[in-house]
Write a protein that binds this ligand. Structure first.
Ligand code: UDP
Length: 369
């Protein structure tokens, strides 16, 4: 069979779309296939009651990388949304990320000095020089009260594992600030694409052939034969038929409902940080775009252990899975025709901006060969 395309791209998510856009710009041909019935992977959004609903979990674009920010702005205009979730701990409301508003509500402290002293006092008994896990890291950073009320319950629900068995880096994603600033991210640029992520992604892949509802593995050899190179963005262990073992993920289940009211919770994101509430957070989608529709759409997010056949969301980067991934990474290097990319292809807890950054780098590298 004659090769028809320069690249076959398996997966129409963000990594695949950036890759496709760039190679097309360079005059190469490509075909995108995806097993789902829609493009955009997990950033897919859908209009319900005239509100953009983030079907696979809320995505807030944020980056410090100017090049990446300019890059996405080619495909969409971004609104001024700044993520500032609130935490609900048994009916007590706290601002996130951990900042002076949080410390004031927790302890009544007014100045940054008072807050620092309070945290020092709190961690004194339990301070460890080199935190080996999330619990130690969290207590080092913000002390016991915040750990107990705002971190432990949420984290254990989200990851299904005790905090002292989780890697410290997960919590390093969250800023700790001694200013009254509720911006969740330390990022220069932030926003949500006007018109939704799906439309943004469709713009990226404009003019590129896409086949949906196609399972690559059902006819892998034939698909491979259609192109010189394959860009594979699915789970890396699935590619190798799980020959070294199955990598673990956390999956998420969403219960989405339309409510006949204008405003349910007054914020896009409310985290339920106690252990008893079965969901981790409630997303009220309209607040991502300052919506004024008469109705509202909310999604309760339930974190679940992933099983083969479920949608994978978060790679579990603990020691066991990291060393298993390492075996797959080495095997992947030997597959000369295949490029592995994205959150699943590289088994990494990537944010969207990082996905774009690595995809752009990879394309450059591949095109210069
Ligand atoms: N986290 C927490 N309490 C919160 C929110 C987050 O303890 O109210 C911790 C938790 O361990 C979580 C991590 O911070 O896994 C990262 O949270 P983030 O909101 O960045 O995760 P994502 O939005 O990617 O699900």
């Amino acid at each position: 069979m004659n090769k028809k395309y320069d690249f076959l791209i398996v997966g129409a998510g963000l990594y695949g779309a950036v890759f496709a856009h760039e190679v097309r710009k360079a005059g190469k041909t490509c075909l995108i296939i995806d097993k789902r019935g829609h493009v955009a992977g997990n950033i897919y959004s859908e209009r319900i009651e005239d509100i953009q609903v983030h079907k696979y979990g809320a995505h807030i674009f944020h980056t410090n990388n100017k090049e990446v920010w300019q890059y996405v702005n080619q495909f969409a205009e971004f609104n001024r949304y700044t993520n500032s979730p609130v935490a609900n701990y048994n009916g007590e409301i706290y601002n996130l990320p951990f900042n002076m508003n949080t410390f004031n509500k927790m302890w009544g402290v007014i100045t940054p000095d008072e807050a620092k002293k309070k945290i020092e006092q709190q961690r004194n008994e339990s301070f460890v020089e080199n935190p080996r896990n999330l619990e130690e890291q969290a207590i080092n950073l913000v002390g016991v009260d915040i750990y107990e009320k705002l971190i432990r319950g949420y984290t254990e629900k989200q990851w299904g594992r005790p905090c002292n068995e989780l890697p410290a880096f997960i919590i390093r994603r969250l800023p700790v600030r001694f200013t009254y600033d509720n911006n969740y991210f330390n990022a220069k640029y932030q926003g949500i694409p006007v018109g939704g992520y799906t439309r943004m992604l469709e713009k990226m892949i404009e003019g590129i052939e896409v086949k949906l509802n196609v399972d690559y593995f059902e006819d892998k050899e034939r698909w491979d034969s259609t192109a010189d190179k394959v860009v594979y963005t699915g789970p890396i262990d699935a590619y190798f038929n799980y020959k070294f073992g199955i990598l673990e993920y956390r999956s998420v289940r969403f219960e989405t409902e339309v409510l006949d009211m204008e405003n349910f919770q007054g914020n896009a994101v409310v985290n339920y940080t106690d252990s008893e509430t079965p969901y981790t957070r409630i997303i009220e989608h309209k607040h991502f775009e300052f919506g004024t529709q008469p109705k509202t759409v909310v999604s309760r997010e339930y974190s679940a252990e992933w099983q083969l056949g479920d949608e994978p969301y978060y790679p579990v980067n603990d020691e066991k899975n990291s060393s298993l991934y390492e075996k797959y990474r080495v095997a992947a290097e030997a597959e000369n025709k295949v490029i592995f990319g994205g959150r699943l292809g590289e088994y990494k807890y990537y944010d969207m901006d990082k996905v774009i950054e690595v995809a752009l780098q990879k394309v450059k590298e591949v095109l210069s060969k």
